[in-house]
Design a protein. Structure first.
Length: 340
C-alpha cells in the first residue's frame, strides 16, 4: 500500500466515478487524487472536494493526449470511469503508463479501467431467442467476443499492455452490467436513463430497439462502486487478478428485466405525470435507431448474461440491488433526472 500514493482519475464527477470516490475517501483518504476536469472552475473543484477532499484538478478532456500522457506518466494508479468507448484516451493513458513503468523499474503502475458488459452481446436485435449464453469472467478471452460489440477496441489494447514483460503495466478491467439507482455523488443518475428519458420526451412515447425482448444483468450503483473498491483494495494488497486474468464482471443475479419491461415502466410513469402523450412502450422507428448503427443494436438490442465470479471471490454481494430492484427504483430515478 505504501508504494502507491496518488491516482490520476478520469470520470471523477460522473455517476459511478463520484460514487466510488465517496467510498474511497472512507477507506483510503490518504491517497491523493488528480482528476481530469473539463472547464475547471471554483464550483467544480468544490464539487470534487465535497466527495474527495484530498484531491486536485487538471484541466482537460478525453481528447487531450498530452495532458493524459503526462499525468499517467507520473501517477502510481490510473482509474478510468469516463467513457468506455473513447479509444484515443485509452491509448494516451497506456502510452503514459509505459513511460511511467520505464522510469520506475520494479514498480509497475496500476491501470483500473471501467468498461461494460456490452462486449458479450448476442446481437439479438431485440427479438426473443431460445437460449442465451451466460458468460463467466473466469476464463474470459476478449478475442472470443464478437468484434461488432462495444468496448473491445479499447479493452484489447489494455489487456495487451497488461501482458507485456518489458515496461510492464498492471491492468484490470471492470465490467458493470446495467447500472441503475440514485447516486450519492456529484452526478445522481446514470447516462442511459438520461438518454432514454430525453428521447422519450422528444418522441412522446417510450420505446425499444426492436420489440425489446432482450435483457441483461443489472447492478445498483452503490453495489457497483463497492465492487470497484474491492478490486482496487485487492490490487493494492497484491491479491487481484491482473492482465489477461484481470477481467471482472460486476452484475447481480437478481431477476433480469427486458428492455420492454423497464421502458414500459418509464412510459407509464411519464404518461401519468403528463410529460408524454402515450403510455407503455413500443419499438422505436428507424429514424431513431439508425443513427446509432450496429453499435446501437449490439448494446441496446442484445442479451448480456454474465456471472461476476471473480468479484464474488473477493466477498462482493449485491446488497443494494436486492433491496432496491430496477423496476421499483425507476420512478425515483426519473424524478431526480427530471430535476437535473
Amino acid at each position: 500500500m505504501s508504494a502507491y500514493k496518488n491516482i490520476f482519475f478520469l470520470g471523477a464527477t460522473g455517476f459511478l466515478g463520484s460514487e466510488f470516490l465517496l467510498l474511497l475517501n472512507r477507506e483510503f483518504p490518504e491517497l491523493h487524487i488528480v482528476a481530469l476536469l473539463r472547464n475547471v472552475t471554483p464550483e467544480r473543484v468544490a464539487q470534487l472536494h465535497a466527495v474527495y477532499p484530498n484531491s486536485s484538478a487538471v484541466e482537460g478532456t478525453l481528447d487531450d493526449d498530452a495532458v493524459i500522457r503526462e499525468q499517467a506518466a507520473k501517477a502510481d494508479i490510473v482509474i478510468n470511469c469516463a467513457s468506455s468507448d473513447h479509444t484515443p484516451s485509452v491509448i494516451s493513458t497506456l502510452a503514459g503508463l509505459e513511460i511511467n513503468s520505464q522510469n520506475n523499474p520494479g514498480k509497475p503502475p496500476l491501470y483500473l479501467h471501467v468498461s461494460g458488459c456490452g462486449i458479450i452481446s448476442d446481437n439479438a436485435r431485440g427479438e426473443p431467442v431460445d437460449s442465451v449464453k451466460e458468460w463467466s469472467d473466469i476464463g474470459l478471452d476478449l478475442k472470443e467476443c464478437d468484434r461488432r460489440n462495444m468496448h473491445l477496441d479499447s479493452d484489447i489494447p489494455i489487456v495487451e499492455a497488461g501482458s507485456r514483460k518489458e515496461n510492464p503495466v498492471r491492468t484490470i478491467i471492470y465490467y458493470p452490467g446495467q447500472i441503475y439507482g440514485v447516486g450519492e455523488g456529484i452526478q445522481k443518475t446514470t447516462l442511459w436513463l438520461r438518454i432514454f428519458l430525453d428521447m422519450t420526451k422528444k418522441l412522446g412515447y417510450a420505446g425499444t430497439w426492436g420489440p425489446g425482448a432482450n435483457t441483461m444483468n443489472n447492478v445498483h450503483v452503490r453495489d457497483c462502486a463497492k465492487g470497484l473498491l474491492l478490486v482496487l483494495k485487492a490490487a493494492l494488497e497484491g491479491k487481484a487478478d491482473e492482465g489477461p486474468e484481470g477481467l471482472y464482471f460486476s452484475a447481480s443475479m437478481e431477476p433480469k428485466k427486458t428492455y420492454h419491461e423497464w421502458t414500459k415502466v418509464m412510459g407509464d410513469y411519464l404518461f401519468e405525470k403528463g410529460i408524454i402523450k402515450q403510455a407503455g412502450s413500443r419499438p422505436l422507428p428507424n429514424e431513431v435507431v439508425d443513427p446509432l448503427g450496429e453499435y446501437g443494436w449490439s448494446l441496446l438490442g442484445g442479451n448480456l448474461f454474465v456471472k461476476a465470479e471473480r468479484l464474488a471471490r473477493l466477498g462482493w454481494e449485491p446488497v443494494e440491488t436486492k433491496k432496491e430492484p430496477l423496476l421499483e427504483s425507476l420512478p425515483s430515478m426519473i424524478d431526480v433526472a427530471l430535476q437535473g
